[in-house]
Design a protein around this ligand. Structure first.
Ligand SMILES: [Cu+2]
Length: 181
């Protein structure tokens, strides 16, 4: 076998192993993340789409809010927003609700070795004083469960985000393409 070909095979094998690891991790998730290709393999930093939802709540600035369109058969939806705490008190996103979903959980995706794992953050997401926390694909996210009608590109999904100190704020998250960011 010639050298370039050997290298190509090696690269392909490592991709296959990585995909397999991801698939194994997915299988362990009740959410079945394997049906969420958009949330899985994109390692780049996502940019918020044009027309993303924004709001101000006390010291908190929320921007870049959106959800991804759901693919046929996809059981859960992913939502994202950036939160900047311009104040001098730490705060915490404690819960999210939506009229379009039975429940919304706060999740984190993380590489553990070469396996991507997702877990629920029952304690919420800390937003320390002066910090900017981004919920974006492959990291922190809102996970919409028991979705009544699959999110469709062009629609909006209403959410209420509740913070420990700042209180609650409503956002209408635009639904963007299921692919890419
Ligand atoms: Cu999730």
């Amino acid at each position: 076998m010639s050298r370039p070909r050997l290298i190509a095979v090696a690269i392909f094998s490592s991709i296959a192993v990585f995909s397999l690891s991801v698939a194994v991790a997915d299988a362990q998730q009740a959410d079945d993340m394997s049906k969420m290709p958009g949330m899985k393999m994109q390692m780049s930093t996502a940019k918020a789409p044009v027309g993303a939802a924004a709001a101000k709540l006390g010291d908190l600035d929320l921007s870049g809010g959106y959800v991804k369109a759901m693919l046929p058969g996809q059981p859960v939806g992913g939502g994202y927003v950036t939160i900047h705490n311009g104040g001098s008190n730490d705060d915490r996103l404690v819960s999210v609700k939506s009229g379009d979903a039975g429940k919304v959980e706060l999740h984190e995706m993380k590489m553990e070795g070469d396996i991507m794992k997702m877990r629920e953050l029952k304690e919420g997401i800390a937003v320390p004083a002066g910090a900017t926390v981004s919920l974006s694909p492959n990291t922190l996210h809102m996970m919409f469960k028991q979705v009544k009608t699959p999110f469709k590109q062009g629609a909006t999904v209403p959410v209420t985000l509740t913070f420990e100190k700042a209180g609650a704020v409503e956002l209408a998250l635009p639904v963007t393409s299921a692919k890419g960011n």
